[in-house]
Design a protein. Structure first.
Length: 173
């Protein structure tokens, strides 16, 4: 609470950060907070890149958006933040464009804790009815080895079949 009092009216948790996915196969199902929003996300949300850090939005100019879903989720995150944002004017007598009005300033409260925390959604396993085929099981390893052997011996088997066909044709004459 002391930190919240010290940094008032800023959020005590720091700047708003995007939700990103892990990079490697091991971590790519997990969502975490990123370093900052990409310039494309800020543009889509209608926030100038130079204004963003001044209103508590982290910016990472190196980040690129590789999926439309991630971009839309982060744009929605910025828009939700902007809707809840109360910008205090520098001087009470002369508010500028984008500053909050007196009524909003009177009802403003200090945000404590994480801003728009990263949702923790675990993927749910789908239940499947156990059938006789699943009980006996397909022998996956056996099937893979058989297919590998068939692929490896394909040329030899074709040559042998062609040779046998040629011998049969020669014997028929």
């Amino acid at each position: 609470m002391d930190k919240a009092k010290k940094v008032f009216p800023r959020p005590s948790a720091g700047a708003l950060r995007p939700i990103v996915t892990g990079q490697t196969i091991k971590y790519n199902l997990r969502r975490r907070s990123g370093r900052g929003f990409s310039l494309a996300e800020l543009k889509e949300a209608g926030v100038p890149a130079k204004l963003a850090p001044t209103i508590g939005i982290a910016v990472d100019h190196r980040r690129r958006n590789r999926s439309q879903e991630g971009l839309q989720a982060n744009v929605a995150r910025i828009k939700a933040y902007k809707a809840a944002l109360v910008v205090f004017p520098r001087s009470a007598g002369k508010p500028k464009a984008g500053d909050a009005d007196a009524a909003a300033l009177a009802t403003a409260t200090q945000a404590t804790g994480a801003l728009f925390a990263t949702p923790k959604a675990a993927p749910k396993a789908e239940r499947v009815k156990l059938t006789d085929e699943l009980k006996t099981g397909t022998r996956a390893y056996y099937t893979l080895r058989l297919e590998r052997t068939n692929a490896r011996l394909l040329g030899k088997r074709q040559k042998r079949a062609a040779d046998e066909a040629a011998e049969a044709a020669a014997a028929a004459k």
